[in-house]
Design a protein around this ligand. Structure first.
Ligand code: CA
Length: 621
């Protein structure tokens, strides 16, 4: 009895105190996004998201020359305000207070900074077909700082033994290996997302961001990221940031207190996307399929952002501009492109290109047909009139072909013909040179796995990748023949780079730490990439290819009198090729140099190609 009484009294006091705390919760500004901005932007508008308990009961005021508070937007939650500002052309950089008032009383204030925009013409120049992109997963590439593997407030702790856990790789790890990447011959680094992913599990991959404005502390700080870009630029390397507009992690700060209910696409019960990206461009698609494709959630921990809400749209657009300007980015890779509202994506691209006319974005439109992919690349062919304004897309159809071609027997429509068939569809693209070509990425089996660890097949594929049209991209560890099978786990295709962790037995970043076969692969790739950097025909030249006969795929790349002939022998046996069929493209050339072994080629009438091998010839008069 006595205990019960005590319990009830205790409960009463607890409830009383809680309600007292709630009503007395001080109105403060907990956060303003974007956290800073710049003067000198093309677009004078800036929309601030202000978050703080009961902040909507205040009246914001700004007094700073050039800055006009044009509109204050109230939303469903009392804890947000959206401020529409106009920055006139003559606004000077500086810091000013945003005052939040009740009557004449100042309830809260927030110091907001406008920096001068960096007008260095070398910045934000994008990437093109002269580049080679290296995709890495920061958690799995190199652990440069073991003291940040576990951080206070971060829910998931490091566990290198769990293939789907966090392994501790970070920005310092990337920075320490910029020279390695430079030496390998890549020119641009695309890291999977580095923003905070504060979720209890599977946080390492980075695609469930819980703060669009903050680098995950287990990777480093915003300042570390900015320095990484600076150091990469000093070494002549570009940095491409991975962004995700379709969804954010469910643990975002607005969890349980969304500004508006429609901030996320809401369903009566959890509803997944149908993942059929082709639905968006399909003229015969049902409304049901479209709604589920675009409005369904990517996963339980990934909330589907509703970019049809203009406040959400502005939040995302400004975030991307903020990172480009803050860090000095060279390009963006945008995740799950068809999953966001397409009109919003087109609007976003227009906004980016207004501010940064030479900037590039490569969109992940993971679709099997060239026509479906082409829908998303800015072009003039879409019958529904859709203009994406998207500068680059990944060539998924060619990835599928690369993963089939070298394993199949050669036939009318199989083997080497797989490559020819996909390339022959290029008429659907306004500019096929804008395609990013690749054999694998973090979401697929490692290519080396798919060719049964056959080094000759791997070399054929790499030779193709670095000599066909488009912008080549390789996945970290390709150069040391890393293997991985997605059917085992996602983590199996995202293993740690050997040598990236302090206690690793072998350091494959150095020749001594690699096996003979790994060095063979590394040297092959490195040679190819460095040669490519100096060859305009392969970087920018026109492509002429010939139908595949007897399992040999032959094509030419030509640029201002420079010409490269590529012969891919997809037969297991040595194959003789009579070159007279290629007379139109050999006209004016009598000899050449073999790129892969440096040997002179005294005539271009016939050649004998070793089995499962590429031959690349720089043609000479
Ligand atoms: Ca670390």
């Amino acid at each position: 009895m006595k205990h019960k009484f005590r319990f009830i009294t205790g409960l009463f006091i607890f409830l009383f105190l809680s309600s007292f705390t709630l009503s007395a919760q001080k109105t403060t500004v907990k956060r303003i996004d974007p956290p800073s901005w710049w003067t000198g932007m093309h677009n004078p508008k800036l929309q601030l998201l202000v978050y703080g308990p009961n902040i909507s009961q205040t009246k914001p005021e700004i007094s700073y020359a050039g800055v006009t508070l044009q509109k204050v937007i109230h939303v469903e939650s009392p804890n947000y305000l959206f401020l529409n500002l106009i920055l006139s052309e003559d606004t000077k950089p500086g810091t000013f207070n945003i005052l939040f008032k009740k009557g004449k009383r100042n309830i809260a204030k927030y110091a907001y900074t406008l920096n001068a925009r960096n007008m260095n013409p070398k910045l934000h120049q994008g990437f093109n077909s002269s580049d080679v992109i290296y995709l890495l997963m920061p958690d799995r590439f190199a652990n440069g700082n073991t003291t940040n593997d576990n951080m206070p407030g971060m829910l998931e702790k490091a566990n290198v033994k769990d293939p789907n856990g966090r392994h501790g790789g970070d920005i310092e790890g990337i920075e320490e290996h910029l020279d390695y990447l430079k030496n390998l011959g890549v020119t641009a680094v695309w890291s999977t997302p580095l923003m905070e992913n504060n979720l209890p599990k599977y946080s390492y991959h980075g695609y469930a961001m819980t703060d669009y404005y903050k680098v995950d502390p287990r990777f480093g700080t915003n300042e570390d990221y900015k320095n990484l870009v600076k150091k990469a630029h000093q070494k002549g390397l570009k940095i491409i940031q991975d962004m995700v507009f379709n969804h954010c992690g469910t643990n975002y700060f607005w969890k349980g207190d969304l500004p508006t209910k429609d901030w996320y696409n809401q369903w009566p019960k959890f509803t997944r996307s149908n993942y059929h990206g082709g639905v968006v461009s399909d003229p015969h698609a049902s409304k049901y399929d479209y709604k589920h494709m675009v409005g369904g959630w990517f996963d339980h921990s990934m909330a589907d952002l509703n970019q049809d809400n203009p406040l959400v749209a502005n939040y995302l657009i400004q975030n991307s501009i903020w990172w480009i300007e803050y860090a000095g980015l060279d390009g963006i890779r945008q995740d799950t492109y068809p999953y966001s509202y397409k009109d919003f994506m087109a609007h976003w691209m227009k906004r980016l290109l207004e501010e940064y006319p030479h900037f590039n974005v490569v969109g992940e439109a993971w679709l099997s047909y060239p026509s479906s992919v082409a829908y998303w690349l800015e072009n003039d062919h879409n019958a529904d009139g859709y203009h994406s304004h998207l500068t680059n897309v990944f060539d998924f159809p060619l990835m599928y072909a690369i993963n089939k071609a070298f394993n199949e027997p050669n036939g009318w429509a199989s083997g080497a013909a797989d490559l020819y068939e996909v390339i022959s569809q290029d008429f659907v693209y306004s500019d096929p040179m804008k395609l990013v070509v690749f054999a694998d990425n973090h979401d697929n089996n490692r290519f080396f796995h798919n060719v049964g660890n056959n080094l000759n097949k791997w070399k054929l594929a790499m030779a193709f990748l670095f000599t066909t049209r488009g912008i080549p991209q390789i996945y970290y560890g390709t150069e040391i023949l890393m293997d991985g099978d997605k059917s085992k786990s996602d983590g199996n295709v995202r293993m740690d780079f050997p040598g990236g962790w302090p206690h690793d037995a072998k350091d494959a970043f150095t020749p001594q730490g690699r096996t003979q076969e790994q060095n063979d692969a590394f040297n092959f790739l490195s040679h190819l990439m460095h040669w490519r950097q100096g060859n305009k025909a392969v970087q920018f030249g026109s492509l002429t290819h010939y139908i595949v006969e007897n399992g040999v795929y032959v094509y030419f790349r030509k640029y201002k009198g420079q010409s490269v002939m590529v012969l891919l022998n997809n037969n297991n046996k040595e194959t003789k090729v009579d070159l007279s069929r290629f007379a139109d493209d050999l006209q004016g050339f009598s000899k050449g140099k073999s790129v892969l072994d440096g040997k002179a080629i005294s005539q271009v009438k016939n050649m004998t190609l070793p089995g499962k091998s590429p031959v690349i010839v720089e043609l000479e008069k």
